[in-house]
Design a protein around this ligand. Sequence first.
Ligand code: UT7
Length: 321
Amino acid sequence: MMTTRIIGTGSALPANIVTNDDLAKIMDTSDEWISSRTGIRERHLADDSETAAVLAAEAGRKAMENAGVSAEEIQMVLVATSSAENYFPSVGCQVHKMLGLHQAAAMDLSAACSGFLFVLNTAHAYIKSGLYERILVIGVDTLSRTIDWTDRSTCVLFGDGAGACVVQKDEEGIIGMSQHSDGSQSGVLTSFAPTQKTPLSEAMPGSPLYMEGQAVFKFAVKTVPDCISRLLEKEEMTADQVKYFVLHQANSRIIQSVAKRLKVSADKFPMNLDRCGNTSAASIPLLLDEMNRSGKLEKGDVLMLSGFGAGLTWGATLLRW
Ligand code: UT7
């Protein structure tokens, strides 16, 4: 049966690295607090030239090189982001221009930190339907531009970056997927864009990222293992068959708790959040690219990708490498 396979990966990180000690110089925090509560030690922060589109295009270009496919062979570009600098054109259309993807349709999708899983699953649906055979999927976020830098409980968590995969029709690849949303919990993680004055309403200044950290933590440690277990059950597979659980990189304590609930060794949960922080939609493909390029992945390995984020949204993708 035909499915969707990841045939190449790429990523891009801003040049500037900001350590926990650097943050402690500008706010009341410490490396001890941040690293013990989250596992994060440093993050990359974008400068003015490193827009979401610039990072997305670099990650996309590297994924295409890694896959050995040319611009003409890409039929669609799907970008997950919730921090694009402009409402339109989409980041997808900017990447389309930067990489010369003349044959591709392009669009963005917003599902916050679950965004990459949602674009990967959407690409899979397009491929399964027979509409497209080869798609570039990208997760990118520059949340540093949407953060309240006076709120020490959120601003220390996030980093900027982009990760990308080329996916194509194949006999092996995605085994199963699931994706979910619960809008009733939308208030625990929000960010509002500014608006202009209209004849009927006043201009709104917008508001930066707001998060009820403990509510999100409790949600994640229950929902992620449930989602993974259900997907394994549905596909009649067990956790033992999974080589790596590639989880959204928000907090090492969340990842360790998920491992414990699934009764799986924490060694099967690779992490890069110590160096990248929480890069939102970029976190899973960034980690996947790191694993791919360091030779950790062998053809046939079973991977479980899973993430959660604002919306609230969550999901998982079970695949054979
Ligand atoms: O992709 C998005 C998903 N988001 C998440 O995954 C976030 C999930 N939540 C978390 O990771 C954790 O809730 C946090 C890391 C955000 C916070 O950890 P916590 O253990 O829940 O800490 P807390 O919010 O209960 O704060 C504990 C204390 C407070 O002081 P008091 O009231 O006990 O005196 C905070 O004011 O830590 C203080 N605090 C800080 N201290 C030093 C909060 N932020 C900081 C900070 N540095 N950066």
